[in-house]
Ligand binder design. Structure first.
Ligand SMILES: [Zn+2]
Length: 205
């Protein structure tokens, strides 16, 4: 009886890609950069943590990010999760998630900064973020899991409703890739001189 040993697909231990598409030569030689005016944490579903070529893995090679792996922030062990829970409790974290009540990124950051000013002036409940950086929390999961994770944190009160009036809350922002884009700006043939036709295609441009 012959035993078929399935060969493992080789992957780069650093970037997690196949050696033929290894991205390491293009990564910064120095250690990951640090954001000066913002700080990022990613609540990562355990399934995503098992993926070798995840974008979070790549991001953490170029940028300092805090990765909190688990479905539920309040059940993740370690100091980082506790720090971020406390930051959320104090109203200092902007959640990047496209919920119905999410606002645009700029609007969310403006609200965050004006809130900090109102806290400093004593006109708003909550505690300010002393180092002045904007703290962003992302969710890394499939859409189905991200929705589950989001709803869990809302149900438990970890993600309080968005701010209203003088009431503290958690600002949600949605990234809009088409922000500022208008149909008149779209010029489909602007790359015509540099692109090659698809193989086997006799398509006329
Ligand atoms: Zn690599």
């Amino acid at each position: 009886m012959s035993v078929v040993v399935k060969k493992k697909r080789p992957i780069c231990p650093k970037c997690g890609h196949h050696p033929s598409t290894c991205l390491c030569p293009y990564l910064p030689k120095e250690h990951p950069g640090t954001l000066r005016r913002s700080s990022i944490a990613i609540l990562q579903h355990p399934h995503e943590a098992r993926r070798f070529n995840s974008s979070v893995r790549l991001l953490s090679l170029v940028q300092e990010v805090t990765v909190l792996t688990g479905r539920r922030l309040d059940q993740i062990q370690g100091t980082d999760a506790k720090i971020w829970l406390e930051r959320i409790r104090c109203g200092n974290v902007v959640l990047v998630y496209p919920s119905n009540d999410a606002v645009g990124l700029e609007e969310g950051v403006d609200e965050y900064r004006s809130r900090r000013k109102r806290i400093a002036d004593g006109n708003f409940e909550g505690r300010g973020n002393d180092d002045g950086v904007v703290l962003f929390l992302f969710i890394d999961a499939t859409w189905t899991h991200a929705k589950e994770m989001y709803q869990y944190h809302v149900r438990c009160g970890i993600f309080p409703p968005p701010p209203s009036g003088e009431k503290n809350g958690m600002i949600r922002v949605a990234m809009d890739p088409f922000r500022g884009w208008t149909p008149t700006q779209f010029r489909p043939s602007r790359f015509i001189s540099i692109r090659c036709p698809a193989s086997g295609s006799a398509k006329k441009f």
